[in-house]
Design a binder for this molecule. Structure first.
Ligand code: ZN
Length: 220
């Protein structure tokens, strides 16, 4: 039987030990106290892309942010995985902010835009094609293909943030007066900076106003 080369994994385990040690040296008892409870104020819904790690980007240690990631940061109302994360973070953890974070150069978004077949994920990316349909006029008005891709990354983040707002979880939270705001951001791979789309929604009235102003697309 061939011996497996575990040297690459050993590197990861060594790095883990060094990381744990450095945190404990800086803050003795950090992990012991964190193991008793988590009280993150933020839920991050982002892309699974390896270049978009939630904690690092916003400079938060373990315990700082509850995270859900999937290809192209899509929020679908029948996705029990995403809904469970949302429900737990809002109803139990009482997060104050939900960050729906897309990123420029998102492979999933660009595959949807360009009609590139990637495999099983094509079915998942149909949800991004729905965004394209809703923003067709604005996308067609941008002749530069790279800029059109960036635009779709922004529209997708905004649309998925709207989907968060439309869940019964957020609607019920707002109904009972629980403060929770939903924001749409887009992260830049090239500079490591977050771009705010200007969409921050904290209640039904704000959601309706943005919808009337066409921010969620022509057909939303
Ligand atoms: Zn992506």
């Amino acid at each position: 039987m061939a011996t497996r080369d575990m040297s690459e994994l050993k590197k990861l385990l060594d790095q883990n030990r060094a990381w744990s040690r450095s945190i404990e040296e800086a803050q003795p008892g950090f992990f012991a106290s964190l193991s008793k409870q988590q009280v993150p104020e933020y839920l991050w819904i982002g892309c699974a892309d390896s270049r978009v790690p939630a904690n690092e980007i916003i400079g938060l240690p373990p315990g700082g942010v509850f995270v859900h990631r999937n290809i192209a940061n899509v929020v679908v109302h029948t996705d029990l995985n995403c809904l469970s994360v949302l429900q737990y973070s809002v109803d139990v953890l009482k997060v104050k902010h939900i960050l729906v974070v897309g990123h420029y150069g998102c492979g999933g978004v660009l595959a949807a835009l360009n009609g590139t077949r990637v495999g099983l994920a094509d079915n998942w990316l149909q949800h991004v094609r729905d965004v394209i349909v809703r923003f067709r006029k604005k996308l067609d008005a941008e002749p530069d293909l790279a800029k059109r891709g960036d635009l779709l990354c922004e529209f997708n983040a905004i649309s998925q943030a709207a989907h968060v707002c439309e869940t019964t979880i957020i609607q019920d939270a707002w109904e009972r007066g629980q403060p929770v705001q939903v924001h749409a951001w887009v992260y830049g791979l090239k500079d490591g900076l977050i771009h705010e789309t200007g969409v921050s929604i904290g209640g039904v009235a704000e959601l309706d106003m943005l919808r009337r102003n066409g921010l969620f697309g022509d057909g939303a």
